[in-house]
Design a protein around this ligand. Sequence first.
Ligand code: SF4
Length: 1539
Amino acid sequence: MKFILDGLTVYFPYEFIYPEQYRYMLELKRALDAHGHCLLEMPTGTGKTITLLSLITSYQLAHPEVGKLVYCTRTVPEMEKVLAELQELMEYRNKYLGPNPPPIMALGLSSRKNLCIHPQVAEEGSRESVDAGCRRLTASWVREAALKSPDIDTCSFFDAHEKAGQEALLPPGVYTLHDLRVFGRKQGWCPYFLARHMMSFANVVVYNYQYMIDPKVSQMVSRELEKECVVVFDEAHNIDNVCIEALSVSLRQQTLNAARRNITKLEGEVRKAQAANRARLDEEYRRLVGNLVEAQQLRGGEEWLANPALPEDIVRESMPGNIRRAEHFIGFLRRFVAHLYERMRTPAVVAEGPASFLGGVQAAVAVDAKTLRFCYDRLSSLMKTLEITNTDDFGAIQMVADFGTLLGTYSRGFAVIIEPYDERLPHIPDPVLQLSCLDASLAMRPVFSRFQSVVITSGTLSPLNLYPRILDFHPVSIASLNMTLTRDCLCPVVLTRGTDQVSVSTRYEQRLDEGNLRNYGRLVVELATAVPDGLVVFFVSYSYMDYVIARWHEDGILADLMEHKLIFIETQDVMETTLALDNFRRACDAGRGAVFFSVARGKVAEGIDFDRHYGRAVVMIGVPYQYTLSRVLRARLDYLRETFQIKESDYLAFDAIRQAAQCVGRVIRSKADYGLMVFADRRYQRHDKRDKLPKWITSNLKEAHMNLSTDMLMVVTREFMRSMAQPVDRAAAGKGLLSQEAVNAIWEQQRQQAKQAGLGGGSVAMEGMVENRRCRDVLFLLLFVAYWVGMFIVCGIAFQSGDPNRLIYAIDSRGMLCGSVNTYENTTIDLTDKPNLYYLNALDLLKVSNLMYAKTICVSSCPTVQELCSIGQLPCTSNDQYMCPYYRFAEDNLYGKLSSVNSTAAVNYWDQLPTAQLDSCDGSFLQAAQSTAGLDLSALGVNVSMCDVAAGSSIGGKYLQAQSQFPGKGPCYPVWASTVPYFNRCFPKFPENFTSSVYSMMDTTSGVLQSATGTLKNAFSATGPQFSQHVADISKGVLIIVIGGLACGVLLSLFWMLVLRYFAGFMVWATIAVVNAGLVGCTLFAYNTAGMLTQAGQWGAAISAQLPPMSDPTGMTRENWSYIAYALTAVAALVFLLTLVMLSRVKVAIACIKVASQAVSTMPSIMLFPLLPFILEVGLIIYWVAVTAVLYSAGTPTDHWRPATQDLQPLSLKELMLTNSSQPAPPATLKPDTTNMTRTEVMDLCANSPDCYISYDWDNRLMYAFIYHLFGLLWTNQFIVGFCSVVVAGAVANYYWARGDSRNQPTFPVLKAMRNTVIFHLGSIALGAFIIAVIQFIRLVLEYVDKKTCNLQQQNKIAQWLMCIVKCLMWCLEKIVAFINRNAFILVAVKGGNYCSSAARAVQLIVANALRLAAVNVVGDALLFLGKLGVAACCGVVAFAISNLEYYNNQDKYPATYLSSGIMPIAVAVLAGYIVAQIFFSVYEMAIDTVLLSFCEDCESNNGHPKCAPPLLLEALGEKAPVEAGQDAHHPQKPQRHR
Ligand code: SF4
């Protein structure tokens, strides 16, 4: 089939594809697109190989810039299988590609042993013999000699191939090893050298792991491979061990003996050469002296194994002088081998590092590490010089040379271990000296760094996260794919108990237990009775298998077993095992059935399949842990722990479980197959073991099958075998497959989704950013909408109950509304011409607590300076200088007594007072007023004797005029201060001399009064004119604010973001350095001042001399300074430690800031986005205030009496002056008994009392309406904030998940984010906002309770503290929830999930990345705060510069713009700049948070290795930055040879 996968045309040679194959291809393509490595697990039997080949060859076809596919396999049969599948694929593909398909060259490369066609050489037994045989025929000196002497044999195939030269080419096609041999025979060319030659032209090369990993081979074979190659390691579950083996050398005593013989032989050859052809040796010496440093030249033109060290570690220097001469080198080798021999004779195990071992070598052999490094190259050169062709005879000395070279090259990652005997057989001396590589990543590092994409794949790679750690690489794609099955053909079970119900295990204490072994034996026998055909049993080791089988034999278990099946056993001898396997298969084929006993980690476990009837059940007896007492293993475990922080137990369990999985996987090789997998050890029941099994096993492991005894197992087995014996439902099997149409439909769907999402070019939606969204938390959205319906109802109630006029006009102290017609006891009091509220007694305003009780009336206009009754002018005699209560409510029962006053609302009737008839008057008052206050009563026509009624004189209403001189007494009140109207209220403008005048009159007044007077005087008289001046300045300096504040704010904010993008790193590091240095400086300063520095020795005195001299402080001061010094030391140390801990995270923080800058700069429109929430917020506030105001105006008039505890009554100047006392004592109870009074009477009483005021108060209904309305404000406000967060996060996340490539972003990212938010996420926002609003509401309630219980708290300290703690806790809670909310909104924007799951995930990420988040928040906040301050300060500077222009300072020339002071415009400009910066940076802040959380999510989802992070972030982590396909700059011109 031919189908489209993520935009790539894939040729797949079958009609259907498994879903897991499709997913595998997707993951693989993602890695190829990203030019990164990947780690993919997919079980055997799912067509992994053909999937790989199809995808990669199709990718090569679509992307000609991609290099070769280098497919590494473990064995030759696997290689042949890959090539056979490739052949099939190419035949199929060519059908689609027409008559002239693009040529493909694919070949397998193997050793000479597998490719040689020379009749004699090919017959040689071992690989080394064939190599040596070939070398005997093809060495340059042999061929040179053959030219002179025809008797000397050469290889005709080699000669013919060499003669053909560059023309010796294979025609395009796919060549297996067999095909190569056939072609070689046909052409007469050597297939081995032909394959090597054709590698440069091949599109696909299949060879063994060693050709890629082992430096000795890879430097010869794979040196020419280009960087753009895709390297695949198939069945790579043991790749770490392969890497370690490639760099390890083991020397036994036999090896050293053979090496000694080799040295003697070499010595003889040297002597012979010296005698026969000394020129050759001299030539070699000259070559070595002549600084011919290149290893290639040293190795000469002949092919031999290469240097065992990794390419980058090979020294490119001249050969050390002490081994240049052949005889010197031989002497060195002899001493070296002798030393090794000596070291090997140790009686105890020795384990040491290479450096330590090298020290011993240097002392004994007198050569340094550098000389040792040349060991291999020197030997190679000497053997070529001596023209030695039988290299297989010199294998031992080569191993010693390898040992020396590796020892001299590596000081880390290796261990030298000498074991005098095998610990399991301590009585048999078998010394071995091992230079063991401990770090698998050493061999893999060159591969990962050299090739663009490396694919590590196998059926058993779990746990996946360990491979990137032990191999030290960062895959861009990690996936474990399950096998889709149409029937339960996999039946993994865990056997924990035997037939006697006792647990079974191979743990050390139990492994040899009689009962345990018997249980295992019975298990195998029982299984043999129920399982047809082949049964495979794996043991944990050869020794254990031998022991168990011997015991079973003794116990008759084997005999029982033999009754049912034949028994075959794997041995360490390959031939024996092969024979056993053949016979096993034969027994199965014949229907006799057989059991095969094998060993985990053995040859059978790795490479032999027991498919179909050869393996219907497999038993893994025990957990195949490595031999943990092995010195090599212990050294490796130590290294893994120290270097990669991998715990011993983790690694051992991982290694054991992968081996077990490998063993049980032997029985399933296709989906048509079936098999029972028995994990026979109770330890498999534990999570730490089970979780490490591959997903394709665990997903089939049923809960009921995790703890079985043998009896239960047999029931399960019989049931399983019975069900598997049923005919397969072919139709059902087909349902799980994807046809070409189905696959193309998937692509089409993705394309449509991408299109809808605004992704250009038909690319699929980016990973991580969920595109296919659903409406979430709809219930809360409906609730929110319903709430707003309620809000509108509240609005209706407010307008129905309230009177908007009460907002415009004030209510006087009688509860009447100014500017309106009021009714009082059926009397209409028309105040329509009196819109302003006036305070009758100015002295009431001198105390804030009195304001509420101040008596007020409505007046037509506020009295101004013309009507002023100055204190110095008393008594005032003009009617205009007085204001009186409404005539209807006139004091002293005057209503109806002043005949000329008609209107009930009249307030100017002072001059009418004399017409009133009085019954009595207070002569002593008049006396006091005249004598004490110095009032000239005669001006009013009043004298004291007029009060003497008894004498017949009558003062009449004039007494009232005299009494009105004193504010607070009435019945009329002098206008002591001019007033100005603000919002229909007359505010007094106290004159400059007001207080002095008052003081002069009231020398007996209290301090309280004085201070109150002063405060009010300052408030009203001093700031008033300045205020109006400042307002005028602001209106004139609008241009300064616009240019200096707004424009500058925008530009500087943008500039700051640019600075952050490029210099964030420098700024952060500089700040950290300055803080640390500053703390150290301060600490030293403190020590110096305390005199402790000079006592600290020479260094202290030296530092002290550098510090500025201090005056000698007193003893006490010294002590204080010493405490300060200690405290500073602790702080400096703490900060320093914190700096160290946070170093790596600061890098991430800086990268986040930079990425956020990039993201914002790629979508400038996001900067304008805050305008929308700003408009919404303003609209909300206007609406809320309007409704609240109308609501406020609703209610019924209520009397409020002064609390008895409040000791201030309104001030009566008369009383103050005349009684010469500060204030009268308050009565015990101010509120009179109003029980039997009517409402009007109570109102009257209140209106006349100086201790009562009337206001319109809410009833419960209005109160609840307000509370509802208030919560609505909080909720809606948070909703708008949440909306803004989700939109910004959505837009920025697009950038992140597009790997920082703006080309992969939607065309309009902000609009798309807004669309997503509006359609899908308003419900989640409503829920998040609701939670915050509830907390805020509780905080407001607490504040209210706090205010109400203020007095109570003052009496009870515990209550005060409790209140404080609760308020603090609520504050913290709000901050925490707001933080979680913010992050939850980011995840909502990224993942499209509901609020709860997003918040839970956010918390998880926050906890897992606490330090990272802390670093980013601290660093980000600090930088942004600096930015805001910087922007505001610069705006101030610009505004200042503008305000200094002549335009604003020349009053004559520019009177309209002349500023009395530039302060206010500059201040407003600074404020505007700060606000602009705040708006810009709020987006920026959200962008940083989004980048960070996306990064954390990316890391968490991909085992700590982010897949989609933009390059900057990857660089901060030291990871490889993925490059998107199609970036030509990253694709240098390809070498054409491979085509
Ligand atoms: S050159 Fe080729 S054919 Fe000849 S001996 Fe060597 S490997 Fe065999």
